[in-house]
Design a protein around this ligand. Structure first.
Ligand SMILES: Nc1nc2c(ncn2[C@@H]2O[C@H](COP(=O)(O)OP(=O)(O)OP(=O)(O)O)[C@@H](O)[C@H]2O)c(=O)[nH]1
Length: 357
């Protein structure tokens, strides 16, 4: 008798990366998120420091298809292992040894800068064929955030990499402190959506997208991308940059009214990220490449520049190019200067829009 195989969609599987400093509440959040969800829809990959994976035991009840990566820090040697773990999961799914799960949640160790994981997911051709980075979610511990911002570079890298910032343990601080923290997170990463972890309910689609292109990135909803960038630009305004409490963190926006020459701009950005990717914690942009051209969405974390994406159309008449940077030890004037000199040398000078203070 022939067995009916499940109808598996072999399109790229969405991968949601969940990060957050040690003890910020990632496992607690995952348990709530996955509780009451149909078993087998979500595969969970957990990377932990140390030999014994305690989290693994905690989440096994709700997600039996968990695979635990064997060794420690994501940021050092995990690239090979992450790839193997992802491909193994896929193989088990395709051969029917695992249910046809429709997404993967990858919880990174709390001590890690997520950039290497994001780089692996975005740049490995085999992984890119099968998986799509849908969203990076960072959990921030409300009680410890002020201290962690001042002392832990990984905390800042996690906050900067996020598409969604969730404030956890807000029950441990008063309302005013919680509000101030959310505002602070908006200053540090003005392009991320913000919310309270306590409001994440079981099955929250922000963390459990159904398809890769249903994620929050530029693929998902072209109109949202420029609007998000404009909100960020308004937040940052004419300020030279919002400073962090340490290590010269700044967030700022470059705005251009004139269209940009893609080849020249892309070359400049690649050179910038090659040379200073460790200082560019995050870059997100929407570019106007000239009349009749669709807008292009840019999206990068440190040395990683995700493949730029053409959006269907501009949402309205506003045709500004906007590029938001979050940098460490690289100030806005340095980046402006480098872009201006570079484009002028190639014969396509642009002048940046200046907002009146
Ligand atoms: N008061 C309060 N405690 C919380 C909340 N979320 C998590 N905790 C507690 O914080 C501690 C750490 O939570 P976990 O969920 O294990 O944190 P984690 O980020 O997975 O920890 P690591 O895997 O060690 O990085 C546990 O004792 C939780 O019960 C919250 O919203 N409020």
């Amino acid at each position: 008798m022939s067995r009916l195989l499940p109808d598996i969609d072999y399109g790229p599987l969405p991968v949601v990366v969940l990060t957050g400093f040690l003890g910020s509440g990632k496992t607690t959040l995952l348990r709530r998120l996955l509780a009451e969800q149909p078993l087998g829809e979500t595969a969970l990959l957990i990377n932990e420091v140390g030999e014994v994976g305690i989290d693994h035991r905690l989440v096994t009840e709700v997600a039996p298809e968990t695979r635990l990566l064997p060794s420690g820090c994501v940021c050092c040697s995990i690239r090979g292992e992450l790839k193997e773990a992802l491909l193994e999961l896929l193989s088990l799914r395709q051969t029917g040894r695992l249910p046809p799960f429709s997404r993967i949640v990858l919880e990174t160790t709390g001590l890690a800068d997520p950039a290497p994981v994001l780089a692996t997911l975005s740049h490995d051709p085999q992984l890119r064929h099968h998986f799509g980075l849908a969203r990076t979610v960072t959990l921030v511990d409300a009680l410890n955030a002020p201290y962690q911002e001042g002392s832990q570079p990984e905390w800042l890298a996690q906050v900067a990499a996020a598409d969604l910032l969730l404030l956890g343990k807000d029950d441990l601080v008063d309302e005013m402190a919680g509000g101030a923290l959310l505002k602070r997170l908006g200053e540090l990463n003005p392009t991320a959506e913000r919310g309270l972890a306590a409001q994440v309910a079981s099955g929250d689609p922000r963390l459990l997208p159904k398809r890769f292109d249903a994620g929050p990135g530029p693929r998902a909803d072209g109109a949202q991308w420029p609007l998000m960038l404009r909100r960020a630009a308004d937040t940052l305004g004419a300020a030279p940059g919002v400073s962090g409490r340490h290590a010269r963190i700044v967030s700022f926006v470059l705005e251009f009214d004139a269209s940009l020459e893609w080849d020249h701009f892309a070359l400049w950005l690649s050179l910038l990220l090659n040379a200073h990717g460790d200082k560019v914690l995050r870059v997100k942009g929407i570019l106007n490449l000239g009349p009749g051209e669709p807008p292009v969405a840019l999206h990068g974390v440190q040395h990683v520049l995700h493949p730029p994406q053409h959006l269907a159309a501009w949402p309205d008449d506003d045709r500004r190019s906007l590029i938001v940077f979050i940098t460490r030890g690289l100030a806005k004037p340095e980046i402006e200067h480098s872009l201006r000199i570079f484009l002028a040398a190639l014969g396509t000078p642009v002048s940046e829009r200046r907002r009146s203070p």
